[in-house]
Design a protein around this ligand. Structure first.
Ligand code: GLC
Length: 421
């Protein structure tokens, strides 16, 4: 059968509910998104299928970016054509670049609508290896009702957060609220802990682990003090289980109403305010607190779509990527998920401002967010980050002191760096 033009095909199928003709291309996209991300991706893909006549399957994998990276590496190392499109974390571009299609030419007509810094982060040796679909910068989620009840103000330093969490917790527990905790965050040993710990360390004046000039800076007293403080939270204001929490576990405790404060990404905003959420209308967001004499730091996150070099349908895959990253679909995603768009104009969109007010408020926060040292450590980033989160996890679990663990970490990173990053 001869292929019909996509629009004609969509029209004909909608009339006849016919099965796709043999020439319809079948694509697969892999994603391990949090919250309702997969559901919303499916809705976007349904629209794409209608428009293009192609079919797209989602290969769903666990939400841990660390696990995803490991799996992506396996598929790519095997030259697998099973996956056409990878949903990639902002930090992975340098490490995956050689196995991804260069999108520079094909996206020339659309890249100008995205924030240049995000496009830059996905450009490796002059090749654009992924097109952004949303950006990320964390928030301090707080229970407005509980702070009001105890006349407490929104903390602007970690010390204030600690004190306020304890105050509310003590009073609420005494009143019989047994399941409440003060602060939940991502304490599991994975990339999410690197994000949290970079914020603790850098906001305390302890540097950025590896500095933009390549220098390793982590073994210093301000970094040590930052981790010592966090260690004191475990089992006091934070549940012992926080040492195993990723984003969704933290949100689980928070959204059932069992935390005064939470560190999480903007996706938790829409979910917290969803119809059956026990905390709907009871919370707000603020920038993360600052350390002693420091300034607040938000780690820059975000997600992109990349086309595998081994895809049998690279052109259709590029078309799909452009569709998902388009202003219309980013707006759709943002309205449903409160993910931050990567298209500047959407920050002035009245529907977004009304339905997801966190989005325009978070524009300056993500524009000033701190990138992880992935552009510096490049192909060694995953190893460097894993050394970092291991040292942090050991410290906050009481396995060695902060001072010893950071001294050892600095030695390990120095060895890893070798003659250079
Ligand atoms: C979020 C961020 C991503 C980060 C991850 C860590 O998904 O967008 O950049 O690596 O959290 O858990």
């Amino acid at each position: 059968m001869k292929c019909l033009a996509p629009a004609v095909f969509a029209f004909v199928t909608s009339l006849l509910l016919a099965t796709p003709p043999a020439c319809a291309i079948e694509l697969s996209i892999v994603s391990g998104d949090t919250g309702n991300g997969i559901k919303v991706l499916r809705e976007i893909l349904d629209r794409y299928e209608k428009k293009s006549g192609n079919k797209v399957d989602i290969v769903v994998i666990p939400p841990s970016t660390t696990d995803q990276f490991g799996q992506y590496r396996l598929w790519l190392a095997a030259g697998s054509s099973d996956i056409d499109v990878y949903q990639t974390d902002v930090i992975w571009a340098p490490q995956l670049a050689s196995q991804l299609v260069d999108l520079t030419e094909a996206t020339r007509d659309v890249v100008g609508a995205h924030f240049p810094s995000i496009i830059q982060s996905q450009t490796v040796n002059g090749r654009l290896v992924a097109l952004p679909i949303f950006t990320d910068a964390p928030a301090l989620y707080y229970r407005e009702d509980l702070l009001d009840k105890y006349h407490a103000k929104v903390p602007t330093t970690w010390k204030e957060l600690q004190d306020t969490a304890k105050l509310v917790l003590d009073k609420e527990r005494a009143a019989g609220n047994r399941d409440l905790w003060g602060y939940v965050f991502q304490g599991n040993a994975y990339e999410g802990l690197t994000c949290n710990a970079l914020e603790w360390v850098m906001s305390n004046g302890g540097g950025g682990i590896i500095e933009p000039d390549g220098r390793i800076s982590i073994d210093n007293p301000k970094a040590t003090a930052a981790l010592d403080r966090v260690k004191g939270w475990i089992g006091t204001i934070a549940p012992p289980g926080v040492l195993a929490y990723q984003e969704e576990e933290a949100r689980g405790v928070w959204q059932t109403g069992n935390a005064v404060f939470m560190r999480n990404w903007p996706y938790a905003y829409a979910l917290g305010n969803s119809e059956n959420s026990p905390i709907k209308g009871k919370f707000d967001v603020a920038p993360l607190p600052a350390g002693d004499g420091g300034h607040p730091v938000a780690t820059l996150g975000g997600w992109n779509l990349a086309v595998s070099k081994y895809s049998k349908h690279p052109n259709a895959a590029i078309d799909l990527v452009k569709f998902i990253a388009s202003p219309e679909m980013q707006k759709y995603r943002t309205l449903k998920t409160s993910n931050l768009p990567t298209i500047a104009a959407l920050y002035d969109d009245p529907d977004i401002a009304r339905q997801q007010p966190i989005v325009p408020r978070w524009k300056p926060i993500f524009l000033n967010a701190q990138p992880r040292p992935s552009a510096t450590a490049r192909i060694k980033y995953n190893e460097a980050s894993s050394q970092f989160w291991t040292a942090v996890h050991n410290t906050i679990s009481g396995n060695g002191t902060a001072a010893d663990n950071l001294a050892e970490l600095e030695a390990r990173l120095t060895r890893l760096k070798g003659k250079g990053w």
